[in-house]
Ligand binder design. Structure first.
Ligand SMILES: *[C@@H]1O[C@H](CO)[C@@H](O)[C@H](O)[C@H]1NC(C)=O
Ligand SMILES: *[C@@H]1O[C@H](CO)[C@@H](O)[C@H](O)[C@H]1NC(C)=O
Ligand SMILES: *[C@@H]1O[C@H](CO)[C@@H](O)[C@H](O)[C@H]1NC(C)=O
Length: 328
């Protein structure tokens, strides 16, 4: 014991020094070339900069990402901004006219309250935009991105203060096809024409624990979605319009969804995982030729399934698939 305590004795002194020297070291370490990151000021990363394709900005001491912050960085493919509690605002045209830019990640910036409209403009190659765990109160404006990439992925997650998806929210973002991963946010409501003007491959709304209302016209003006996930939401109903494109419906732990639209509205449904066994029964009992089998999964992880007889059992996860799907 004696040798150990004497060896440890100098340590408390060291620990005292660390907190004093760390913030300054971090500030310097995390302002990569060619950027300047004045504490409480505005980030500037002027280009052109030959060979610079990835810019990773963490522990930024700046408050603002101003208009044209990355001007001239015409080879940059990915910009990541994360773990930056000082950041409060992203101004209009911050990400503007970056013709090679394919990915933007803005994550874990809890004091970021404002992303001005038009912050993302003219990014034709953008394929992935992720904005997660920030303090923003409105869905960021993505309508001036004008990307022409196939299967553009927009991820908006863990933003607890965004309450609404307004009409035309994704218009102009991309002219090909998109996947929307919108999970774990503060959403309460999805308005009419929310997805108007998009070709929607997949719409993930899971874990929006306060989401109660989806306007009946939410899918107006949309091609798709093929996949809809509303698991762990408080949705009480689905829109009656626009369900015909859905092939996969996932609604686990959707306890408020007591009533489903009638089976006939889901003309292309291949695969459904539902909360209430009675919903499976309702679907099964219809004399449809498509639906050749109904399976109830006791444990979807393990994939143990059993063909259901006459009765629908209580308390088991209910899932149904077209028989042809089960075979591959
Ligand atoms: C995109 O980057 C490449 C090099 O990586 C460069 O040659 C090209 O000029 C850039 N495109 C634009 C539009 O600046
Ligand atoms: C999307 O825009 C690009 C570039 O303007 C164009 O080449 C492409 O054909 C458009 N795609 C669709 C589906 O309109
Ligand atoms: C839906 O989008 C189209 C353009 O794609 C637009 O002309 C129309 O006004 C929008 N509808 C509503 C109700 O916002």
């Amino acid at each position: 014991m004696g040798w150990r305590s004497s060896a440890l004795r100098p340590l408390p002194g060291l620990l005292l020094l660390l907190p004093l020297s760390l913030p300054r070291a971090l500030r310097e370490a995390h302002c990569p070339e060619p950027c300047s990151c004045p504490p409480d000021g505005a980030l500037r990363c002027p280009g052109p900069r030959a060979g610079l394709t990835r810019l990773s900005l963490t522990y930024l001491p700046v408050k603002v990402i101003p208009s044209q912050a990355f001007r001239g960085l015409n080879e940059v493919v990915k910009i990541e901004i994360s773990q930056s509690d000082s950041l409060e605002k992203i101004e209009a045209n911050a990400f503007d006219n970056l013709l090679n830019l394919s990915e933007i990640l803005i994550q874990n910036t809890k004091n970021l309250l404002y992303i001005e409209p038009g912050a993302f403009t003219s990014l034709p190659r953008l394929k992935y935009l992720s904005i997660c765990n920030t303090g923003i109160r409105k869905l960021p404006d993505v309508t001036k991105i004008f990307s022409s990439e196939f299967n553009f992925i927009l991820e908006i997650c863990d933003n607890l203060h965004i309450t609404t998806i307004p009409g035309n929210a994704f218009q102009g973002m991309n002219n090909e096809s998109i996947t929307l991963k919108l999970y774990g946010n503060g959403f309460e409501e999805i308005q009419s024409h929310a997805f108007n003007g998009t070709t929607l491959i997949s719409l993930e709304l899971k874990q929006n624990a306060h989401l109660e209302k989806m306007h009946n016209g939410a899918f107006r003006g949309v091609t798709g979605p093929s996949i809809l996930d509303i698991s762990s939401t408080k949705l009480q109903s689905l829109p009656s319009y626009g369900l015909e494109s859905i092939q996969t419906l996932i609604a686990t732990s959707s306890y408020s969804l007591k009533k489903l639209p009638s089976r006939e509205k889901f003309t292309n449904l291949l695969d459904a995982t539902l909360t209430y066994p009675s919903h499976c029964c309702a679907f099964r009992n219809l004399p449809t030729r498509d639906l050749e089998a109904l399976y109830c999964f006791h444990d979807p992880q393990v994939g143990q399934n059993s063909r259901l007889g006459k009765q629908c059992l209580k308390g088991i996860l209910c899932s149904l698939r077209r028989y042809s799907q089960m075979r591959h």
